[in-house]
Design a protein around this ligand. Structure first.
Ligand SMILES: O=C(O)CCC(=O)C(=O)O
Ligand SMILES: [Fe+2]
Length: 241
């Protein structure tokens, strides 16, 4: 998507999904992807939280408080705000959110074989999630909840996220489904019958054989944290001592 194009989401809606999921291929350019990846690689490895199935960076900082739902007010690093935040602004997705824009970004890195357990993004955020994929593709499984509100055992939908793409989940999709990335070294059974955004892919060639090997993927998950604490006063106090 060239930056001069008027950005609208009408043609990006994934009609098979509950309201509302959107897929935008080529949301960023290869050189923009490289710039962001390079800036991430410059961060000291001690900044990363290493989990057994992925590693992650929480920027500008981790959420705090007893419910781990509060952001300490701080600007987003430049490499996360230029390009992606500027372009998201044109989509007016966060117009109704408390801060009018995402104030937090989770950077997740997955090696082949790694993934993320099915989960909901939950009530700490305004119910819009914008995810940009970098460096490699992945598949995201979407699960319905049954009448008891429990996750169904088998996912109902699969989304293929290409590098440089944007995926947006909001509304019912945010509130009534769960999502997860299966731990796999390759994705199989890829095709128009199994992938809900197949007709929206920028380049089907890597996936047309039905199988695609995973490579290291980095994702940027942008959200607006509802609760923001200003600690300017306390910091001044600490600095004086
Ligand atoms: O890496 C992804 O695309 C998914 C990340 C995710 O679900 C999350 O951070 O809540
Ligand atoms: Fe999530």
């Amino acid at each position: 998507m060239a930056s001069s194009d008027a950005l609208t989401l009408d043609s990006a809606r994934i009609s098979e999904l509950p309201e509302s999921g959107f897929y935008v291929p080529n949301f960023i350019l290869p050189e923009e992807e490289q710039y962001i990846l390079q800036e991430i690689s410059k961060l000291p490895s001690t900044r990363w939280t290493v989990l057994s199935h992925r590693r992650l960076l929480s920027l500008p900082s981790q959420l705090t408080g007893t419910a781990r739902d509060t952001l300490i007010a701080a600007p987003m690093p430049t490499f996360l705000s230029t390009v992606v935040l500027d372009r998201l602004k044109q989509l007016s997705l966060f117009k109704g959110s408390p801060h009018g824009a995402p104030n937090h970004c989770l950077v997740n890195e997955y090696q082949p074989g790694q993934g993320i357990m099915p989960h909901e993004d939950g009530p700490a955020y305004y119910p819009v999630t914008a995810t940009v994929s970098l460096a490699a593709h992945t598949t995201l499984d979407i699960y319905k909840k049954n009448d008891q509100g429990e996750r169904e055992a088998i996912p109902t939908w699969r989304i293929l996220q290409e590098p440089r793409s944007l995926l947006i989940t909001t509304s019912d999709m945010y509130k009534s489904t769960l999502h997860g990335i299966p731990e796999a070294v390759e994705d199989t059974d890829l095709g128009p019958e199994t992938i809900v955004n197949w007709d929206k892919l920028a380049d089907k060639t890597p996936f047309e054989g039905g199988v695609a090997k995973r490579q290291t993927r980095i994702s940027l998950t942008y959200r607006d944290v509802l609760k923001v604490a200003k600690v300017g006063g306390a910091m001044k106090f600490i600095n004086k001592r």
